[in-house]
Write a protein that binds this ligand. Structure first.
Ligand code: PMT
Length: 404
């Protein structure tokens, strides 16, 4: 995939370096185009080192007449050699120029000369993003068929809190990969995935939870969407951007997760339960904050509903994949959970080792299959592990159908 990465002049420009790397990791060749304003935030050398390519900077700048003449045809050549243009951060100024068709520098000239798919990742101050002028430009650009990645909400560099943050560069790269290279082996599938932890209230201000970051479940959701599935992602509270092309259903507690899973189960063809659901909860949390005293305190806990087991009882011919987070007897525990919860596959995950499992960007898992096989996958990024889980799930489904 040949990607042109346009970088606008905003504080999020430094994240474009991570984006360049994430695109390269997905096999893209990346031609970076910096606006003059972007060069104030990040130097071309950073991108040249990451992409092994000369970075294109301003069309006119301080150049000689010969250089200007050469680069004025370069934008046509580069445009012809590009599959996807991604602009990140797309500033309010760039959005306005694209919408109006102004072509005063290389990036805006390139934009007009380019006929392929365009992905815009806006990032700016909340008021600028919400301004009717910016929203009108977004409307124009989206009607033009461009993919607009909605900015994340959160604390911004300017000190305000609200929408305007550049989404996670890895998710932008996934969106670009999805657009450039649709791999369609999950076409027609509806994949229901659970991710992240649950939070169980102890009182109005405290909760019981666990270390799950949601990275494994979100990687599964990204992979499924890239491979053509409709994806329903039931997520506990995590600090991750909503993946492009995925229907996100946010929940907090195990009971809410149960309701979301069971209500979407009928429309799903594959269910993957990677969430770290609390096993216990306070069924009647006090309405008021528990006061601190010098005395010891006990907490009465009830078991949460076992969502995987409940899904197993009504799965029909859906493919049901559970996870098993274990600190010992990995395969035996994985197989036990597969039998007791009626799964077709259990992804057994050792969670006592540094660098894999909870919070890490990498994982190492063993797939325990209903057909009797056990497949130990090598340590890899959670994105790669997710793809391998789907590869084996599709083979398993064929084997299970052949058995019937
Ligand atoms: O989120 P990350 O930081 O990326 O970490 C990934 C992970 C370690 C959380 C993930 O890879 C993983 O192992 N998920 C399963 C965690 C877990 O709760 O395992 P368990 O062995 O306790 O539960 C077994 C299965 O039953 C799981 O599919 C779980 O979702 C499900 N379950 C558990 C309890 C419950 N009340 N309802 C359930 O459905």
């Amino acid at each position: 995939m040949r990607v042109a990465l346009g970088v606008g002049g905003g504080i999020a420009a430094y994240k474009a370096a991570e984006l360049a790397r994430a695109l390269m990791e997905r096999g893209a060749s990346v031609q970076v185009i910096l606006t003059a304003a972007a060069e104030e935030f990040i130097r071309p050398l950073t991108f040249a080192a990451l992409t092994n390519r000369k970075v294109i900077t301003d069309l006119f700048g301080n150049r000689s007449a010969d250089e200007v003449l050469a680069s004025s045809v370069e934008h046509i050549r580069v445009a012809q050699e590009t599959d996807v243009l991604v602009v990140a951060p797309a500033t309010a100024d760039l959005l306005a120029k694209f919408a109006q068709g102004l072509a005063g520098d290389f990036l805006t000239t390139f934009y007009l000369a380019f006929k392929g798919r365009t992905v815009l990742a806006p990032a700016m101050n909340t008021n600028m993003w919400e301004h009717p002028a910016t929203q009108a430009n977004i409307d124009t650009l989206s009607k033009r068929g461009h993919t607009i990645l909605t900015p994340d909400s959160g604390p911004l560099a300017c000190g305000t809190v609200g929408p305007g943050r550049l989404p996670d560069p890895v998710l932008i790269a996934e969106a670009v990969a999805l657009i450039a290279h649709p791999r369609k082996d999950l076409d027609g599938e509806t994949v229901l995935i659970t991710a992240g932890p649950t939070q169980e209230a102890m009182d109005p201000v405290r909760f019981i939870s666990n270390r799950s970051s949601g990275k494994m479940g979100y990687a599964l959701a990204v992979a499924a969407a890239r491979r053509g599935a409709r994806v329903l992602l039931v997520s506990g509270p995590v600090n991750l951007s909503a993946p492009y092309g995925v229907e996100l259903i946010q929940v907090r507690s195990a009971l809410q997760m149960r309701d979301a899973v069971m209500s979407h189960l009928p429309e799903s063809t594959i269910i993957i339960k990677s969430a770290a659901v609390a096993d216990y909860y306070v069924s009647q949390p006090p309405q008021q904050k528990i006061k601190k005293t010098a005395a010891r305190m006990g907490l009465e806990l009830d078991p949460t509903p076992d969502i995987l087991a409940e899904a197993g009882r009504s799965k029909g011919d859906r493919l049901l994949i559970g996870f098993a987070a274990e600190t010992q007897n990995l395969v035996a525990e994985g197989r036990r959970k597969m039998e007791t919860k009626n799964c077709d596959m259990v992804v057994a995950n050792l969670v006592s080792q540094e660098g894999i499992g909870f919070e890490s960007d990498h994982n190492q898992v063993t797939l325990v299959m209903r057909t009797g096989e056990t497949i130990a996958l090598p340590k890899a990024s959670k994105a790669d592990v997710a793809d391998q889980i789907f590869d084996h799930a599709m083979t398993l489904r064929l084997a299970l159908h052949a058995e019937q």
